[in-house]
Ligand binder design. Sequence first.
Ligand code: THU
Length: 159
Amino acid sequence: MKEINLTTKISVYLLDECTETEKKLIEEAKRATKNAYARYSNFKVGAALLLENGKIITGNNQENAAYPSGLCAERTAIFFANANYPDEKIVAIAIAAYNNGKFTKDVITPCGACRQVLLEVENRHKTPMRILMYSKEGVYAVNSIKDLLPLSFGDNMLK
Ligand code: THU
């Protein structure tokens, strides 16, 4: 029997330690929570994408009375970017969540389905994406979705 150990390095920053570009992206993600349509969970998530051309795209979660018909903030933003800027690489994403009248104390991390979509974006553009996960107490950062999705299934498997 053999064992494989998978490790993930996550950098943890105070907001002040982030670069100006990162702070701006996080600010936009926080701002995007305001327009979330989260009438069932009241958990408002905002995502902000930085495109290679410097443009920032935001999105938020969109819920539905038929629960599975809703969509997370990350995928709302990514699908908008893919639909409108298909050739533009996405170099970073920031995520923030607002719940019970405040931004969350724990970092907001992308759900499994969003991780899979983020992987597709990285593979499509052959560019790793910096992922900034915000909380009131600090920011978790990784340099690729692969850090959050070990043993991932991607297009390489279909060859
Ligand atoms: N949600 C997101 O938008 N992004 C995440 O990363 C986690 C969860 C949304 C989905 C649903 O509208 C609400 O948060 C509660 O799960």
